[in-house]
Design a binder for this molecule. Sequence first.
Ligand code: XMP
Length: 434
Amino acid sequence: MKQDMIIILDLGSTENTTLAREIRALGVYSEIYPHDITASELKTLSNVKGIIIYGGPNNIIDGEPIDAGKHIYESGCPIMTIAHSRVKCNNEYPDWETAFPHLKDFVFDICKATANWNMKNFVDDQVELIRRQVGDKKVLLALSGGVDSSVVAALLIKAIGSQLVCVHVNNGLMRKGESEYVVDVFGKQLDTNLIYVDATERVLTKLERIADPEEKRKIIGIEFIRIFEEGARRLGGTNAISFLAQGTIYPDIVESGTKTVKVVKSHHNVGGLPDDMQFALVEPIRQLFKDEVRACGLELGLSNEMVFRQPFPGPGLGVRCLGAITRERLEAVRESDAILREEFKQTGLDKKVWQYFTVVPDFKSVGVRNYIRTYEYTVIIRAVNSIDTMTATIEEIEWPILQKITARILAEVKNVNRVCYDLSPKPVSTIEWE
Ligand code: XMP
């Protein structure tokens, strides 16, 4: 392995990810693990130069304060303990600001780590890890066509070439033209092993009358895995394929809930996995933040257009068609999203704004068209900027552009008589509505 690593044990700090990014900013790779990592799990990790035990306000589980196991303290690795500033009053522990200069000393002087974290080394290490994990077995990749799964595809092609089989599932919740794009880029231009499955009817039928966002996400996630399992069986029995690769990234894991962090929302490639799943997972970018995923894609030679596409959630338009999905409202989300994307492209905003989409809530309001009363749905426009998805700010779109988009949606999208613009940053809101 090329990269040295400092691992952070999550003892309930809310700043674990900030710390990981601070260490990576020093040029040293860092990964976060649960506080109860076992001795054998620890042994499987290569090049661990030091361990940071990071406590904080969430370090109580089931009424008991948690600590790292004895094997951690006896592992022989240099250890640094940081407690949340709340605990600082007894002056035993430094808070974040005073801890940071110590961090540099710890990483370089005590752990003797080398600043060798860069995308080239990351890719080389992942290629080696993937080959070690997979051997000569086949891997199935859920290729949505989004940045994350595309980067995973490129990594796997580099690592195991034709052992990779990509499946693109159209679950009926894709953006307009999206499935066609995936088939064109991966199936035709990149000549990947690609199987296309149209599961629209199946998924939409399962989602009928399901209004709870978490339940919707779980159903979409479970169906997605089942469809893959069936795909694998069709490819010559379940033995033919042993692994499922996924484009899970670090914020997905945090927000799906760790041992110390409660669920924000279960990201569909993490929380919704059925217990009896028949694949082992390959998740080579699970420790990366979004900006790092893009850098990894560029390192692998993916085009700018592919790497800088706006993120699209695993559950697709399903979490933008709020409450129980109806085909009528789903069509309104899809068509209004297509108009928004077209207009953003035309004004160059697509290169500037990080993520933009439309949402259709499950209520109607009164309007008037050609002197006749209407009672129809609302489209909400959302356009946000973010670096790593953990926080987001609102794009200040010029009024005439918003007015043009509004006029087009009202004229072209069926069953819609009102358009709103969402001004809420993350936090307090999340980027998606469900
Ligand atoms: P939230 O809504 O959590 O979204 O602020 C943060 C970013 O993640 C995307 N997102 C998802 N991506 N699976 C994904 O791969 C998911 O289940 C999922 N949910 C949200 C969202 O679009 C935004 O970019």
